[in-house]
Structure formats: structure tokens, C-alpha cells
Unconditional design. Sequence first.
Length: 177
Amino acid sequence: MTAMVKRYSSFLLVLVMLGGISLFNQELGKGVFDITIMQLKEMLLVIPPIFVLLGLLDVWVPKQTMVKFMGKGSGLKGILLSLLIGSAAAGPLYGAFPVAAVFMKKGVTFPNILIFIGAWSTTKIPMILFEFSALGAPFALTRLLIDIPGIIIIAFLLQKLMGRDEIEAIYEKARAQ
């Protein structure tokens, strides 16, 4: 029981704070509660399809294939594939992390995983199409020309700044799941 309380201490703290806010300002407390319920519903609609696709990815795509296309020695091909998969992905950013964990199990390099997450968060195709129509081509192209090299530079910079031990620890946690 103590381990469970410790594990969910942040959640419990926020719950107590929400209760405290509700005591002083019921309208604000109700608003926070309504937003929380809305976000929970959205998560429950997004997460199951992501896990189904992850299961299929895990079963249908052999590790050797992932290593060949996105693993060590994949070079530009791995970078482009990471950008493409991340840009074509659907759903909120928290959906990218389970996919990244499966990629780690399949032998995808750390920079390619970071590029995938960066692409998921900033270069989604529907977002780009919206920017072209609403904000114009110069804005959309400028943002892409800044974001794509930025994502790649940050990915390789993070790999250099983190030690091999830290990266291996992250891979071990992914394998343990």
C-alpha cells in the first residue's frame, strides 16, 4: 500500500490541491475538473489504437528490418524515415513515447528516436497543410526549413551530450517494459 501511495503521490497531491481550490472557488474547481475529464476521455480514445498499432509493429516488423532502415549505419535513410514516420503520425505527443519504446526494443538508434519524437511534435502533415492554407506558404516553408535541421541537430547534440551509460540505461528501461 505504501509503495502505491508513493508511486501515485504526485497524482494524489494534485487531487488534494484540486479539492482545496474547490473549497475556496467552486466555479474554478468545477472548470478544472471538467477539463480534466475531457482530457481523460481524449486520452482513452487515442491510447488504445496506438497500442494496437504498436502490437502490430512489434509482431509484423522484424528487428533486423528496423535495424537495417533505422539502426546503426542507416545514415541519411534512417533520418529521413524517422522524419517521415513522425510527420505522418496522428495523435498527441504523448502517443509518440510508446512508439519510441518499441523502436528502442527494435534497435533504432537514439538520434533517430529523437528525430522521430521531434517530427511528431513539430512537423505533422495536417499541421503543415493548415499552415499553408491559413498562414501562407512563406511562413510554412520557413518554419519547416528551420524545424527540420533544428530537430536533427538537437538529436545528434543530445546524443553527444549524454553519455553512453545514460543512453543505455534508457534502452534498458524500454526493454524491461
